[in-house]
Each structure stands twice: as C-alpha cells, then as structure tokens.
Design a protein around this ligand. Structure first.
Ligand code: SF4
Length: 334
C-alpha cells in the first residue's frame, strides 16, 4: 500500500506512525520521509525527517514529564508524570539517524535525567547502553538537571559518543532562593559539578539557565549570581525573566519591581557576552572538531559557532585550528 501511495503521489511527504513503525523501520524506511512514535495517547514524538541536503543534526525525544516540584514550573504541571521511550526504540532511532547521514543527535525531554524511572531503569543505564552501540551519530545532551547530575554521570558521558557540552538549568546561586523554589541543590553542588566537568573534558562548553527576578530575589542574590557565573567555568548563559504562571505556587509569591528586573537582565546579558568572549579566547589557537552546518559555518563539539574563510562540505566534521578575527571565531586547516 505504501508503495502504491508513493507511486501515485511522488511529491507527497509520507510519515508512518504507530508501534509497527518502530518495530520495522528497516523495511519501511524506503517509503517514509519520517516516523512518528505514539507510545501512548500523550506522546506523539516526531522521530526524525530524512535529511535534506544541508540537514546534519536531528533530535530524539527520550522522555517527557517531570514530577519534581519547582515552584515556578508550569511545564511539569501540564505534562504530568515522567514517561520514557524504551531503550530499544532509542537504539533503533540512533542507528537509523546514522544510516540517514545525520552527524549529530540531540537527546531531548522535559527532564532527561528522570529517564527510565517509569520503565524500571534509569538515565545512567541508558548512557552506558549508548556507550556500547556501534555506528551511531555523535550525541549532544540537552539540559541536565543539577539535582540529579553527579560525578558518576559525568564519567559515563566522558566514555561515550557524547559532545563535551553541558547545559545546566542552574536558575540561581542563592541558597535561599533554591530552597524557596524547591530546586533541591545548593551553590556548592553547582560549583563542584562545573569544576569537575572542567577537569574531566578539554575546554568543555558549559551553559547555564538563569532566571532573573525570581520571587524574593534581592540585591545580594543577584550579586551572587554574577560572581558565581563569572568565577565558575561557564561559557554562555540563557537568561529568562521570571513570569507568573497561574496554578504554580510561585504565582502567589511577591514579585520584584519591573525596573529592577530589567537592570538585572541587563547585567546578566553583559556578563553573558563576556563569558562567550572569554571562551572564544580560550579556544583561539587550539584545534577543535567542527561539524559544518553550512558551507562557511560550523558548530564545534564544545558548542562554539565557527566561521570559515574557505568552504567545507556541509555535514563533514573537520578538525580546525581556531582563531579570532575581532570578536568572531574562525577555523582553518593547519
Ligand atoms: S525539574 Fe525542571 S521540569 Fe521538573 S519541575 Fe523543576 S523546572 Fe520543571
């Protein structure tokens, strides 16, 4: 039937869904532009599309949901308890992504560190299994919740096909705010984690999510954010402004004046620029693997945008010598 549909609609995009799609990717892939997994009513996960000419990275969603109790979070309240994709499905998707020519896969989810708890396994076990699979693309992990991140996980990541890039939703370094907002870790834990990552990898990319204007954030808390972010080996920030989400405990907490929050955002943005530049300087003069996303633009393993003056084939991973031109990072053969 699929063959008939394809023949009579040569320009149509065909997506295959349902359990069978995952069990028989091999025989179906000649007809499909993509597969959609529907493990239950809640989960409708687009696994991937066939790569277009310039398509070199893709995403695999490994779980959804979260049962943590962060006071400001609406996503966990909307998406419900964690549920995970079986490991065998993830393995098939990784292998298929490799066959299709993808060079990098990002593993995503609402809280990927909760992977497996509903199916009697866990995130570390998934990582260890991935470390044993042959012929898969290199992998970038999305956000890693600090409460659950530990040295052992970092060691497992070091021994696998994972990029030296960690994105940590720190949110704040104020222990007072971490406790009020039920984050479950302290400033010391973040410091220990980032220092361990820095010692374990060569020039790792380390990003932080930071929320400005969390309820009860005072001048001292904001100052502490600036000091810790600068002193620890962070390489970039994603800055968010606190917003009240109806139905969350934080929605009933006192808010900070808009003008104060704006000032704090401005200071955080300027720090972000300095951290990015500091990381570029750290990498200048060093060789780094760069995945070419466009003819003259690539993404390094450690999450730097790299420009090139000569053209490289899209989708190739090149070891390039990095150098600075003004504030822009470039790479060349050497
Ligand atoms: S851990 Fe993340 S997803 Fe879960 S409740 Fe907290 S902020 Fe939301």
């Amino acid at each position: 039937m699929l063959r008939r549909i394809k023949l009579s609609n040569p320009h149509a995009k065909i997506f295959i869904t349902g359990c069978y799609a995952l069990y028989d990717i091999e025989s179906l892939k000649q007809y499909a532009d993509g597969f959609i997994s529907m493990q239950d009513k809640k989960q409708k996960t687009l696994i991937f599309n066939k790569p277009k000419k310039d398509r070199v990275r893709t995403y695999i969603k490994i779980q959804d949901g979260c049962d943590e109790k962060c006071t400001y979070c609406i996503s966990s309240r909307l998406r419900g308890k964690p549920y995970s994709k079986p490991m065998s499905h993830i393995e098939k998707e990784l292998k298929y992504a490799y066959e299709q020519g993808f060079k990098e896969v990002v593993l995503t989810g609402l809280n990927i560190m909760l992977y497996g708890l509903d199916i009697n396994t866990d995130f570390k076990t998934l990582l260890k299994r991935i470390n044993t699979i042959k012929n898969i693309p290199e992998i970038r992990l999305s956000s890693l919740e600090p409460r659950l991140l530990d040295f052992e996980t970092i060691d497992i990541i070091r021994n696998g096909p994972f990029k030296p890039h960690f994105h940590i939703p720190v949110q704040t370094f104020s222990n007072k705010l971490l406790s009020i907002h039920k984050r479950g870790y302290t400033d010391k834990h973040i410091a220990a984690l980032t220092q361990y990552i820095e010692q374990t990898f060569s020039r790792p990319g380390i990003g932080a999510d930071i929320i400005a204007g969390l309820p009860f954030e005072d001048k001292k808390d904001h100052k502490k954010n600036l000091v810790f972010l600068n002193e620890l080996p962070f390489t970039y920030l994603h800055i968010f402004t606190f917003s009240k989400n109806p139905g969350t405990p934080a929605a009933n907490m006192p808010t900070i004046k808009d003008s104060i929050v704006k000032d704090r955002i401005r200071e955080l943005k300027s720090l972000d620029e300095r951290l990015r530049l500091r990381f570029k300087h750290l990498n200048a003069g060093k060789k780094q693997n760069v995945l070419m996303i466009k003819k003259n633009t690539g993404l390094s393993d450690n999450y730097l945008n790299v420009n090139t003056e000569t053209t490289f084939p899209v989708g190739h991973i090149q070891k390039l010598l990095l150098y600075l031109k003004g504030q822009k990072l470039y790479g060349k053969y050497s």
